[in-house]
Write a protein that binds this ligand. Sequence first.
Ligand SMILES: [Zn+2]
Length: 297
Amino acid sequence: MNTLQHYLQQALEHKVAIGHYNFATMTMARAIFDAVRTASESIEHPFPDGKIPLVLGISEGDRKLFGTREALAIVQLWREEYQYPVFLDGDHVHDLEDAKSLVAMGYDMVVYDAVTEPIKVNQEYTKQLVNYRDEGGYPCLIESEIGFISSGSEIKDSIPDGVGPETMTDPQVARSFIDAAGVDAIAPSVGNIHGLIKSGNPKLDIDRIADLRNAIGEVPMVLHGGSGTSDEDFVAAIRAGITMIHISTDIRLSYKTGLQQGIESMGDSVAPAKYLDPAYQEVYDTVTRYTKLFSGK
Ligand SMILES: [Zn+2]
């Protein structure tokens, strides 16, 4: 099995993006995995063995629900059982010790999030995490968020305070951050917002993405807050150098929609499959759509 790093380099080279999909329950995880595996068989993509790689992401809150080790066990099981490039990311880990524990446990990737700290502090903590990874010889990729993109995956009325052109990631700052911290991937602020904005998400700054790509060479660049972005912006962002895209809010919305429909239509039945099947199907369809889009189809 190739490493996630290898797949990210392939994505960059072929100008496609790897999907990073957040899950909180087994039904969500299975729907995501099944959707990408099935899409791999029918769409054109540049990845070897006919298999589009994917990253399953789990946030701090969802790890409490699912179990930190349980999430890892499921992904490792599927990787072996299906011989499939499915990887696990600890998404937005705020505590350094917590991040270290995921690195040591065997997570494939950790998004270390100290973005609310001054950038020098963020850089120093990230470096400590990278050093810990290197000293232990763990094969975990470390990603850092640079430049504020707000937090939370709720549906927002308007663009949150503190997000704007002035908080977008400066290409030279990104370059020096990578050099100093030795981080494997960065999550920049390029007009993206966590969550969905009712009035429409702002447009991505494609020129900024291209400038960042020029400044940082081949370091993977990860777009967070993908939900709500237009298809045209996604395609342009990938062409300009985005390597991985996080989809969370859309998956949560699909899951909730499916559950609601299932519960409303189940009558007197109490069988979980009656409401979990529609939730599975909604998530499956959403991930299928994104998988095609990210593969350039
Ligand atoms: Zn994020």
